[in-house]
Design a protein around this ligand. Structure first.
Ligand SMILES: [Zn+2]
Length: 128
């Protein structure tokens, strides 16, 4: 489980660093449909011109404030599901952690990074 925990902490650190070092002063973005661009909420500066409203709304939804809030929430999950925890076993017929497999919550948190070169196939949860 330590390797999986280190993998997840590294991914969260990378994501938080990218969000904190974004060039826009404001952490929050919105889509200005009249201008066809994503704007910074604090100074109304342009973050990006995006020709598709659907694409722009998707990008604006992933502003630094939201990403950092998501990182914070996932860091709490890492603490709660750390090495010394005792997950409630057998939820809906799924064991959270076994001797052979790390905690299901941690494996689910790693699933979006399945294509990362450091991700291990054995971490993939069996969701069937
Ligand atoms: Zn757990």
């Amino acid at each position: 489980m330590d390797d999986l925990m280190q993998f997840l902490r590294a991914r969260l650190d990378e994501t938080a660093t990218k969000a904190r070092t974004h060039r826009q002063a404001s952490a929050s973005w919105y889509y200005d449909d009249a201008a066809g661009e994503i704007r910074d909420e604090t100074n109304s500066g342009t973050v990006a011109f995006v020709p598709s409203a659907a694409d722009a709304q998707h990008i604006a939804e992933h502003d630094p404030a939201r990403i950092l809030a998501e990182v914070d929430a996932k860091e709490v999950l890492l603490r709660v599901h750390g090495p010394a925890h005792d997950c409630a076993a057998d939820r809906d017929g799924v064991d959270c952690a076994t001797e052979e497999e790390p905690c299901l919550v941690l494996r689910l948190l790693a699933l979006p990074y399945a294509l990362h070169p450091a991700h291990r196939p054995e971490w993939a949860p069996n969701l069937v």
